[in-house]
Design a protein around this ligand. Structure first.
Ligand code: NAP
Length: 242
């Protein structure tokens, strides 16, 4: 048995620790988006594989028997490639994902199905918006330059985001309800835009929004091809026969 973990999430790191503790042969893969990724207790490679064929070649060359896609629920391309490459090579595939957040009493969500739809949803008078979507798709919000955006990113970007009015905070989760309440109050945030990532560490902003009765534009997850999914570490270990 040899496992490849596609990482970039808290869940992937927890799985890496569990495999290392059990001495299950495994490798870890990062996309390489973050300047100083969390060190892993497994041999780690960084960077894209070169599409489906690149990943398939890697699986074969490394003798990977079990592929665990523990990427973020919005890492759509990587997850699609994992399904295709696993099929091509006959590698067993499991997706370790966290359940999406569900609406709770007191929440005021407008659900949208894409970044573009989230931009649409911001039509209206200028507001102070917490834009918590990572750094990849910020440029789409240049179409709504009237708003003031509070951005929370893991690294300071090399080039300033193309948003005329913004404030940048550089921070890495997990976040706390108290911390996010303070952040929203300090910046006078009136609305949030976020992806339905699920998980505990990023849910703090939703709890804070609930307390302050702020509306949230919630971007739903991309649809993915059918694949076997697990929501917990235990399920993933069971799938590996441990
Ligand atoms: P993506 O759009 O699905 O992937 C773009 C390309 O990046 C993939 O085709 C692949 O390149 C490479 N890639 C992605 N994840 C990889 C991994 N774990 N190992 C090696 N190559 C990888 O992904 P993304 O949305 O840019 O996310 C990149 C990474 O950041 C993911 O690992 C994800 O877990 C993490 N992340 C994403 C988000 C988010 O909101 N999207 C949030 C938090 C963390 P090739 O085609 O060349 O193989």
């Amino acid at each position: 048995m040899k496992v490849l973990i596609l990482g970039g999430t808290t869940e992937a790191s927890a799985l890496a620790r569990a495999l290392a503790e059990r001495e299950i042969p495994a490798r870890f893969s990062y996309a390489g988006r973050v300047a100083a990724p969390k060190p892993q207790p497994l041999p780690t490679r960084v960077g894209g594989f070169g599409g489906i064929d690149g990943l398939a070649a890697f699986l074969k060359a490394e003798g990977i028997t079990h592929l665990i896609d523990a990427t973020h629920p919005f890492a759509e391309q990587m997850s699609r490639h994992a399904v295709a490459a696993a099929e091509q090579t006959g590698t067993r595939l499991l997706a370790l994902t966290r359940p999406p957040w569900a609406l709770q009493p007191g929440d005021d969500w407008q659900r949208v199905d894409s970044i573009e739809a989230a931009v649409e949803a911001l039509a209206g008078p200028p507001q102070r918006v917490l834009l918590a979507i990572g750094r990849m798709h910020l440029a789409a919000f240049a179409a709504r330059p009237e708003h003031h955006y509070l951005l929370r990113l893991i690294d300071r970007p090399d080039t300033p985001p193309p948003l005329p009015h913004h404030t940048l905070t550089v921070d890495r989760g997990p976040f706390t309800r108290e911390g996010d309440l303070a952040l929203l109050r300090e910046h006078g945030v009136e609305r949030l835009v976020c992806k339905n990532a699920g998980g505990a560490g990023a849910a703090a902003k939703l709890e804070a929004a609930r307390i302050l009765a702020l509306p949230v534009v919630m971007i739903d997850r991309p649809a993915l091809p059918p694949r076997r999914e697990a929501h917990t570490l235990d399920e993933a270990l069971q799938w590996l026969g441990h």
